[in-house]
Design a protein around this ligand. Structure first.
Ligand code: SF4
Ligand code: SF4
Length: 272
């Protein structure tokens, strides 16, 4: 009997020790289950960036930006905008297209977080660096004779280049805007081509007209001349002038082309 009591006391003591030990190591919560360690819930901070923070394009060029986001699901709702659509546009997939010279800021927004890329658009033009004329000189020996000049721009891929032709002395030689020089009278004229950027080149044109033989020039019979002026407008060589209301043909300038003769309805012009 004494041994049984001792055994019972021993068992109770052992059980009590086990219970106390468990209560010290793992507190029991109200529902009887073991509690886990107390943890602070973590909140993921959304981060958004762009694949490039700056981008340079030539006008007309394009490139695609991509959004770098730690939430792939949120990234699918990214919204894209351009601060200056006259310079660069952006699609809702991040495709940037340069449409004008200047700068624009492209912004992507995911939720309440944004990232930007500075887009710089440069001109796609290639500037002309020089212009030349061929030939650089020529001689024309008859009134009305022509010489075609040509202009050459350097570099050959220069863009938006236009030019104009001019004559330093239109009484000697004229030039069309296609570079065709026409002799008018004896003398020298400098034909110049000028680009829209101010580059110039020139050709020296000497006009040395051999006078028509005296037998081929025309003259005016003033007694028949009414002074109508039709012959004046027909002559391209400056050979006709007026004095006292009558036409006069300068034999040193007359080429004998006969145009004035054809225009005079009064029979006042005839070959000498
Ligand atoms: S066209 Fe004949 S009429 Fe008329 S101005 Fe000349 S020459 Fe005189
Ligand atoms: S013929 Fe008559 S049109 Fe011809 S060059 Fe002489 S003046 Fe002029």
């Amino acid at each position: 009997m004494k041994n049984k009591i001792f055994l019972i006391i021993f068992i109770v003591a052992v059980c009590s020790w086990i219970v106390v030990s468990c209560s010290l190591d793992d507190p029991i919560v109200g529902d009887g289950t073991e509690s886990s360690e107390t943890t602070t819930p973590t909140t993921t901070v959304l981060t958004v960036a762009l694949s490039q923070s700056s981008l340079t394009l030539t006008n007309g060029g394009s490139s695609t930006l991509s959004v770098v986001c730690n939430d792939a699901t949120a990234a699918t709702s990214a919204a894209w905008t351009s601060s200056n659509s006259a310079v660069a546009t952006v699609s809702q997939s991040g495709a940037v297209t340069a449409v004008g010279v200047g700068t624009a800021t492209v912004t992507v927004t995911v939720g309440s977080v944004s990232a930007t890329c500075l887009v710089t658009v440069t001109s796609s033009d290639v500037a002309a660096t020089a212009v030349s004329v061929s030939p650089t000189s020529a001689t024309l020996s008859s009134a009305g004779s022509t010489k075609q000049l040509s202009a050459s721009i350097t570099p050959s891929n220069a863009t938006n280049v236009s030019y104009t032709w001019s004559s330093s002395n239109t009484a000697v030689a004229t030039v069309s805007q296609s570079g065709l020089v026409t002799a008018v009278a004896n003398g020298t004229a400098v034909i110049t081509v000028k680009t829209n950027s101010g580059l110039t080149a020139s050709s020296t044109i000497t006009v040395s007209i051999t006078a028509a033989s005296s037998s081929s020039v025309y003259a005016v019979n003033t007694s028949r001349c009414s002074g109508c002026g039709h012959c004046l407008s027909a002559c391209s060589y400056g050979a006709i002038s007026f004095s006292g209301g009558k036409a006069y043909i300068d034999p040193s300038k007359c080429t004998g082309c006969g145009k004035c003769y054809s225009r005079c309805g009064r029979g006042a012009i005839s070959k000498q």
